[in-house]
Write a protein that binds this ligand. Structure first.
Ligand code: URA
Length: 232
């Protein structure tokens, strides 16, 4: 079997554990379509599915391989979608991973504490032995994603076996997400302009299609694409 070298996406200098898809003309065209508020629902579904597929393929590049006469995947994987928008990414994962198990987590804002609260979770029973592709299309404040990572880690998955996949991230959400977790590793100073005083990053990986400008006062990503769930 022919050995091929992995095609890793660009890392963001500010966020070394975050891998962003290469911004090719094709990817820019796909994002231009899904960001356009006049794009029809059919086109939004079709083109966002294409981006999801690229993201899932990139996520798989980050799983460890083992060598024999070629390279095979090492370890089992599963998906976990953060309801409800994350469910839109399940089909993209199933297309590339036959019979993949997919768990679900529902997190909503607790109206009393304003904190993200776990309402429901159903995870594969052997999740602690698997790599987890965590699915949620939009990383805004990062609250749900962090709660979901906590739930998955409580089920026995080490932080460095979680790969979070999303279409669009805000810098605010990335910063919060990357500094939240206890199992942190030191990275070189020149790689972390945003975090120069901390020099720490989470082990959990993030694959994002695009890092946008920021959040508005309603915690929507700007320019973003509006409410992902409503557009699907
Ligand atoms: N969820 C969305 O669907 N859009 C945003 O901009 C933020 C969170």
């Amino acid at each position: 079997m022919q050995m091929t070298s992995p095609t890793f996406a660009n890392t963001s200098p500010s966020f070394p554990s975050v891998f962003t898809l290469p911004h090719t003309p094709q990817l820019e065209a796909l994002y231009t379509i899904i960001r356009d508020k006049d794009t029809s629902r059919g086109d939004f579904l079709f083109y966002s599915d294409r981006i999801i597929r690229l993201l899932v393929e990139e996520g798989l590049n980050h799983l460890p391989g083992s060598s024999y006469e070629g390279v095979g995947f090492e370890g089992k994987i599963c998906g976990v979608s953060i309801l409800r928008a994350g469910e839109a990414m399940e089909a993209g994962l199933r297309e590339v991973c036959r019979s993949v198990r997919i768990g679900k987590i529902l997190i909503q804002r607790d109206e009393e504490t304003a904190q993200p609260k776990l309402f429901y979770s159903k995870l594969p029973q052997d999740i602690s032995q698997r790599y987890v592709l965590l699915l949620d299309p939009m990383l805004a404040t990062g609250g749900s994603a962090m709660k979901a990572v906590e739930v998955i880690m409580e089920a026995g998955v080490p932080e460095d076996r979680i790969i979070f996949i999303n279409l669009i991230s805000s810098p605010e959400g990335l910063k919060t997400f990357c500094t939240r977790f206890p199992s942190l590793r030191v990275v070189r100073a020149q790689l972390c302009d945003v975090f120069a005083h901390r020099l720490i990053f989470a082990d959990a990986l993030q694959i994002t299609g695009w890092i946008d400008e920021g959040l508005n006062e309603k915690a929507y990503i700007i320019p973003g694409l509006g409410d992902f769930g409503e557009r699907r």
